[in-house]
Design a protein around this ligand. Structure first.
Ligand SMILES: NC(=O)c1ccc[n+]([C@@H]2O[C@H](COP(=O)([O-])OP(=O)(O)OC[C@H]3O[C@@H](n4cnc5c(N)ncnc54)[C@H](O)[C@@H]3O)[C@@H](O)[C@H]2O)c1
Length: 348
């Protein structure tokens, strides 16, 4: 398969990583780089013998570039994705697709009009642990899902909000206007995405409480979200970036026949059915999974979709539904009441 010729836009923390993984996928070549921070653009370009563009427009004008990999702050996703689509470039955009549903709609409409493919980096879907969890659910280990609990407590030092972990420091993460949301867009969006993917459920109604209690930021650093899923199941998210001590990260999905527990070390399950030849009625642990590079797999699958003219795995709908969840949670806090989560509209 002909490698996809990519222009990387944004050579900060994730731009460097994504570019390396894209090349590792064996399906892509980095041929161009643009960043308003010229030294980081030059450094990244050097690694791949790629050409640095002086402006985004110049990068988009380059015929040989087939796709852009957008690794820029959230508030730029909309404009830069639309500019790329208008020039006929396929788009790999970092999560979240956009900061508002209106922006996500505009991106999707332009991509459809220009017939370019779009994918959002929800690559944790490709984690071997998550693939196994999905298979267990499909085999009936959990039965009809009745409950979902997402716990995501970590600690982020004050400097994190000022870009202290990036090679290209900037305080966009702390700004509501620039980031759109705090820890929900930064971290928890991945978990929301793969819980949708594993269970096939979608949030129908949401009530949220957020606060900023320990960070120099306008966005939330602690959040609690109550979810009614479309099958009637109840879910909760308890998340923060201000919990001192060891991280607490776990997702639990349970139903009429069993329970699945995902944590950074692996997964465990309990089922009233014999699953995978395992005895029913007791907890089984699957502690180790072979490391898979999720980002490389995300790129590889996208290139396959481009070359074969198929829809990408993580496409417009998945990106949109994630923004729908988080923007509804934002609005629920603002209005101090539960809100229905909008359904993916017809963009034709
Ligand atoms: N998939 C993941 O797990 C993951 C992890 C971290 C970040 N991200 C996402 O990646 C994106 C970037 O995050 P980051 O941590 O790399 O941020 P960062 O601040 O480290 O890097 C952003 C880069 O974009 C550049 N930039 C800013 N304005 C620009 C413009 N107009 N044109 C070109 N370049 C511009 C900055 O100079 C900087 O180098 C965000 O969407 C973030 O949510 C995803």
């Amino acid at each position: 398969m002909e490698p996809l010729r990519i222009g990387v836009v944004g050579a900060g923390a994730i731009g460097q990583y994504d570019a390396e993984e894209a090349v590792k996928s064996g399906s892509a070549k980095i041929v161009g780089v643009f960043d308003v921070n010229h030294p980081v653009a030059r450094n990244l370009a050097r690694v791949f013998s790629a050409r640095v563009s002086p402006t985004y427009e110049e990068l988009l004008d380059r015929q040989e570039i087939e796709a852009v990999l957008l690794c820029v702050p959230h508030y730029l996703h909309k404009t830069m994705a639309i500019q790329a689509a208008d020039r006929g470039k396929h788009i790999l955009v970092e999560k979240p697709m956009a900061t508002t549903l209106e922006d996500a709609n505009d991106i999707i409409a332009t991509c459809r009009k220009r017939r370019v493919l779009l994918t959002v980096n929800f690559s944790l879907r490709y984690l071997a642990r998550n693939r196994k969890a999905k298979a267990l659910i499909e085999q009936g280990a959990v039965g009809d899902i009745t409950g979902v609990q997402i716990i995501a407590h970590v600690f982020r030092e004050r400097g994190y909000w000022m870009g202290g972990r990036s090679n290209s420091p900037d305080d966009w993460r702390a700004s509501r206007e620039k980031s759109g949301a705090g820890l929900l867009f930064m971290n928890v969006c991945h978990v929301i995405d793969y819980v949708y993917f594993l269970t096939g459920l979608k949030a129908a109604r949401i009530y949220s409480e957020y606060a900023t209690l320990g960070s120099p930021a306008e966005v939330e650093d602690i959040a609690s979200v109550t979810i009614r899923f479309d099958n009637g199941a109840i879910g909760t998210i308890s998340a923060s970036t201000i919990m001192r001590g060891p991280d607490q990260i776990e997702e639990r999905i349970w139903g009429s026949r069993g329970t699945l527990v995902l944590c950074p070390d692996g997964l465990s399950f309990y089922s009233t059915r014999p699953i995978d030849g395992k005895r029913p009625g007791q907890m089984h642990q699957i502690p180790k999974f072979r490391g898979v590079s999720c980002t490389a797999e995300w790129v590889r699958r996208f290139v396959l979709a481009v070359r074969e003219g198929k829809a990408p795995d993580v496409a417009a709908r998945e990106g949109w539904e994630n923004v729908a969840f988080i923007s509804t949670a934002n609005l629920s806090l603002e209005k101090m009441r539960p809100l229905e989560v909008p359904l993916f509209p017809n963009h034709d």
